[in-house]
Design a protein around this ligand. Structure first.
Ligand code: PMP
Length: 303
């Protein structure tokens, strides 16, 4: 990875190598950080950040769940996101605003200062260049997602991603592109870092927020685009075996965008090629960035 020159940290723009925190920071020991992942796309009207404000609102929501009072407001973080992209001369980029409990005493409930930073870097397709076209091979993970009222799945917090790492690393070790997790109920949850959509008879089926998942902004965008274009969407509990029965299957997220799944646990999905509903949603979604899909909901926020 080639690191960009500039990063925003605690209110200042700093050189990448100068943006440091103390090794005894609470966040490093106890997973007490919250973060976002956001993409900036090149559009015919110039670079635009996709749902910048909605993502950063979720950052504040994650912080609220963990009782972290963030030291900068939403407008400041939105402005910092724009500034780091501009300063680094990027346009197609991934943005990582984050906050963590810093250095200040010891112990789980220590009231440490909270630090904030925004990093950015160039990013192409997350699951490989071919993944968007051909789809990936996925497996059901031997690791389940956290049970209700243990670790809140609805927060995008650093510690949650210990679960995601177990799922993703196991999948890669076994030769799969990504892992799909079950909830503690044994019903389908989501991918290591992506939400899940199944297609049956032309309708989209996706797992509900009660299934230990992050309420993804891409998921919400696809549900909205589907409604706008007359595609039926059903949010419902789904048993594992439906993965083997559906006509089409894909994952979605800021990093993964819309990644088709061509097989699960060695069983081919549909024809083994991305199906018509997946293709249509890819067209509608990527169309937002090349002008083919009108931005009816004000999702593109100019740089
Ligand atoms: N689930 C998890 C666990 C994730 O990490 C992500 C990526 N942020 C998603 C779902 C998708 O969320 P979004 O579309 O908001 O990026």
């Amino acid at each position: 990875m080639q690191y960009p020159d500039w990063i925003w940290h605690n209110g200042d723009i700093k050189r990448w190598q100068d943006a440091t925190t103390h090794i005894m920071a609470h966040g490093l020991h106890y997973g007490s950080s919250v973060f976002e992942g956001i993409r900036c796309y090149e559009t015919p009207d110039g670079p635009a950040i996709f749902r910048l404000t909605d993502h950063n609102k979720r950052l504040y929501a994650s912080a609220r769940i963990y009782d972290m009072a963030l030291p900068y407001d939403l407008d400041t973080i939105n402005a910092a996101c724009r500034e780091v992209i501009r300063r680094n001369g990027l346009s197609r980029a991934y943005l990582r605003p984050f906050a963590w409990r810093g250095l200040g005493g010891f112990g789980l409930s220590a009231e440490t200062p909270i630090e904030m930073a925004v990093a950015t870097w160039f990013m192409g397709p997350y699951l490989g260049d071919e993944a968007l076209e051909t789809g990936i091979d996925a497996c059901v993970s031997s690791w389940q997602r956290f049970a209700p009222n243990t670790i809140p799945a609805g927060a995008k917090a650093g510690g949650n991603y210990l679960s995601g790492q177990l799922i993703a690393r196991e999948a890669r070790r076994l030769g799969f592109g990504e892992g799909i997790a079950l909830a503690s109920t044994g019903l389908l949850s989501e991918g290591a870092g992506e939400n899940l959509f199944l297609v049956f008879d032309g309708a989209l089926h996706t797992t509900p927020v009660s299934a230990a998942l992050l309420n993804g902004i891409t998921r919400n965008s696809l549900i909205t685009l589907a409604h706008d274009h007359g595609i039926e969407v059903v949010e419902r509990d789904l048993p594992r075996e439906y993965l083997y029965l559906c006509d089409e299957l894909f994952m979605c997220g800021t990093a993964a965008e819309i990644t088709p799944i061509r097989s699960v646990d060695g069983r081919q999905v549909g024809t083994g090629r991305p199906g018509p509903v997946t293709r249509r949603l890819q067209e509608l979604f990527f169309g937002l960035f090349d002008g083919r899909t009108p931005d009816r909901h004000g999702w593109l926020e100019a740089l």
